[in-house]
Design a protein around this ligand. Structure first.
Ligand SMILES: Nc1nc2c(c(=O)[nH]1)N[C@H]1C(S)=C(S)[C@@H](COP(=O)(O)O)O[C@H]1N2
Ligand SMILES: [Mo]
Length: 252
């Protein structure tokens, strides 16, 4: 079924640049195609893979475009004694652990992360709840950490563990390796040139700029390399995927 879908899409893409959108719109409206999308999350992933170059960049904006306020959503403060104690000392004891299928598992302090090469990017965050905000993020490209820790050949996904719980469950998210090595995928410790506020995920959050807001894990404590998402949470790759069937590949 997946293969058929991909062939159809490639056929419509072959119409040429002018016909591509029309072809896809028609395909999107077809009930059979809707069934395919509904039937398997992998179908959506396949569509993304077939339609676009997954290494394309998300739009970047200018300082003049920054939202006056970058609103917060979901957890605004993890609220645990451990988090409060860490915040009280400026997160000097915060650690990012790279675990799972790495050749050289790592533990980084914030200072260690900040001593690595950094990237700053101004991007638009789109939340499924219907709001967007443009912010400037500074942090270490995830690729740099992956190059240090070195993935084992069996690694396929990167799971981000967070310090907060929502509705009693730990928040988590996951991405594939293409997204993990993408130049705009960073672990950010600054928003608009200031240390990340608690409400926006202090001291460290994921920015994975071609995807929706819920992928942007806040309060990140760990990156786990895995061969499969089965066995992590309920196996759908993220908190909102488990709780409300949100799409795992949340392309904008
Ligand atoms: N750890 C954690 N990460 C999270 C959430 C959360 O509740 N906990 N909410 C997600 C959602 S739905 C959105 S829209 C963004 C909100 O980021 P912001 O608070 O900086 O606006 O964080 C995402 N990452
Ligand atoms: Mo969101």
């Amino acid at each position: 079924m997946t293969i058929l879908t991909r062939r159809k899409l490639i056929t419509s893409a072959a119409i040429g640049a002018g016909g591509l959108l029309t072809g896809c719109d028609a395909l999107n409206r077809s009930p059979a195609f809707q069934d395919v999308l509904a039937s398997a999350e992998t179908a959506n992933f396949t569509v993304q893979r077939a339609l676009g170059d997954r290494m394309e960049l998300a739009s970047e904006y200018r300082v003049a475009d920054l939202s006056p306020v970058f609103r917060a959503n979901g957890t605004r403060d993890p609220g645990t004694p451990a988090y409060a104690a860490s915040a009280a000392q400026g997160f000097a004891d915060w650690r990012l652990r790279l675990t799972g299928l790495f050749v050289r598992p790592q533990i980084f302090s914030l200072a260690a992360l900040q001593s690595l090469p950094q990237r700053t990017q101004i991007t638009r965050h789109d939340c499924v709840e219907g709001w967007s905000a443009i912010g400037q993020w500074t942090g270490v490209p995830l690729k740099i950490l992956l190059d240090i820790a070195q993935l084992q050949p069996s690694a396929r996904f990167l799971v981000f563990h967070c310090a907060d719980r929502l509705g009693g469950r730990p928040y988590y998210e996951s991405i594939d390796l293409l997204e993990g090595f993408h130049p705009q995928t960073i672990l950010a410790h600054q928003l608009n040139g200031e240390p990340l506020p608690v409400a926006n995920g202090a001291p460290l959050r994921l920015r994975v700029e071609r995807q929706l807001g819920y992928k942007q894990a806040k309060y990140v404590t760990g990156v786990q390399a895995v061969a499969s998402l089965a066995g992590i949470g309920e196996g759908k790759g993220g908190y909102w995927q488990d709780v409300a069937n949100y799409e795992w590949y949340a392309g904008i």
